[in-house]
Design a protein around this ligand. Sequence first.
Ligand code: ATP
Ligand code: MG
Ligand code: ZN
Length: 367
Amino acid sequence: MALALYRKYRPKDLASLVGHETNVEVLRNAARLGRLGQSYLFYGPRGTGKTTTARLLAKLLNCEKRAKDPEFRKLGEPCNECDACRDIDSGSALDVIEIDAASNRGIDEIRNLKENVRQAPVRHANKVYIIDEAHMLTGPAFNALLKTLEEPPAHAVFVLATTEFEKLPPTITSRTQRFLFKKLPKTAILEKLERITKAEKMDVSPDALELIASASEGSLRDAESLLDQIAGMAKKIDLDMAERVIGRASLSRVEKMSSLALSGASKEAVAYIAELKNEGLNLVQFTRDLIHYIEKALTLSLNPDLEKNLSEEFTVEELGRMKKTAKLASPAATVPLLRSLIRAYGEMRYSPFASIPLELALLEPKP
Ligand SMILES: Nc1ncnc2c1ncn2[C@@H]1O[C@H](COP(=O)(O)OP(=O)(O)OP(=O)(O)O)[C@@H](O)[C@H]1O
Ligand SMILES: [Mg+2]
Ligand SMILES: [Zn+2]
């Protein structure tokens, strides 16, 4: 089997991480100056680069070329060629210990950690402990970890990663350098997907790629997995195919429905629902997308300056079309429509007749 795309394209240096510009800058400067810390916490939603960055940090700390060559060290990147870098990339580095706190809630692992942490590294300069899903540790495991974080031996570095910051005790978080890994902007996801399709010589239409980027909701791993799944289906991938696999309607359909609904063309709008239904698209998801879209169009019509806030979520072309929709979105027409749609969304989720609440919402006479 071919290596999954998300593993094949895991960034090997800080420069290939997309998004997270500030985090990258802070880490790179610390690496340049040889001032990396001993305990880090990477937190934020799934598939945004936490584990990847933890491994990059392990390479920065252990790269042999960085240790030998002060000029190279100034770049603040790992060399990816020395034994340390290669061992870490292949997951065979003895001094980089990855602990999955989710399995067995870390009890044995943290006990082992306490015993092993004092011993000098086996092969490389530093021992790096990457504690994934750190919020899953038990109380005793946290306590044990706390003692170690308070007085770590000079050769030990800890990187905690979690999707649930709030579940970590403040005694732990306050002893770490904290880095938030936000949901990635759609534009950043697109940028990487484009790079992958080029390198893999995949024939995926731009609108299909955009749909994948929106459907992944800020997670690059999800985007790469979706691309993997869809690309396996045919030589040439177009929007129709992507919609069918993902079960999610493209933004252009959401745009079209928004214009119909906002201009009071309820007959056409209902006919359009039938079309979406025939194609097997998920109407609950569609309604959710529709609500978000109309809400944004309304905001934009009230305050055109907010356009820049939307630039991470929409491409330039998409924003251009949204501005047209915004012209239709007067508060008088939009507020009652949004109310009806939100109610419909609540009803649809539990109804065997998902399309009916949506149809009614569009047909309802607006005051
Ligand atoms: N910021 C990013 N830049 C480039 N690629 C990324 C980024 N974030 C995620 N990826 C891609 O997604 C894959 C998974 O990323 P990673 O394992 O670092 O996510 P994570 O934040 O640790 O997720 P989880 O919370 O689910 O553990 C990477 O191998 C890479 O291909
Ligand atoms: Mg991870
Ligand atoms: Zn190296």
